[in-house]
Design a protein around this ligand. Structure first.
Ligand code: SF4
Length: 150
């Protein structure tokens, strides 16, 4: 069952929540291939994150709430090689690369800057075979090209 409007009203009362891999993928995927409601929710969540701190979710997050693959609180996107178990592996990898853990708060701007520094590793370990790989690739290429050198 996809989350209804009431649950989204409730989530609007707490800090925005993102699961680990969405900290990275949200920079490059903006709802393409999903429903219009999912795309609207992506933009709504990004808007909230530009104004307030977010919290790292241990599982389904504010983006999942508008996703048709979320069933009884878990990701069922197994048709595309994901599913909750595989998604949690991606979440753990993203959090390890970014030095974060579930329950941590984060500033979206700061985290976005950190994402550019781990993109090479993320691409190597996580992007291959993802259904969004081709659509994300041009923006990831650009980001990698212009990432600051330390
Ligand atoms: S596919 Fe799974 S992880 Fe991605 S937004 Fe939907 S429910 Fe969440």
């Amino acid at each position: 069952m996809m989350a209804d409007e009431n649950s989204r009203d409730v989530s609007a009362l707490r800090t925005p929540q993102l699961r680990g891999h969405h900290l990275i993928c949200l920079q490059f995927v903006h709802g393409g291939g999903h429903t219009a409601e999912f795309a609207r929710n992506v933009l709504r969540t990004i808007g909230r994150l530009t104004e307030e701190e977010g919290t790292i979710a241990a599982g389904a997050d504010d983006l999942c709430e508008a996703c048709t693959y979320l069933v009884d609180g878990v990701c069922t996107n197994e048709g595309e090689g994901q599913g909750e178990e595989a998604v949690r592996v991606l979440d753990a990898l993203a959090l390890q690369l970014l030095g974060l853990k579930p329950g941590d708060t984060f500033d979206y701007g700061t985290t976005s800057a950190s994402v550019t520094r781990v993109l090479d590793r993320w691409r190597e370990l996580a992007c291959a075979g993802c259904p969004s790989e081709d659509s994300c690739a041009p923006l990831i290429d650009l980001t990698c090209r212009f990432q600051p050198h330390e």
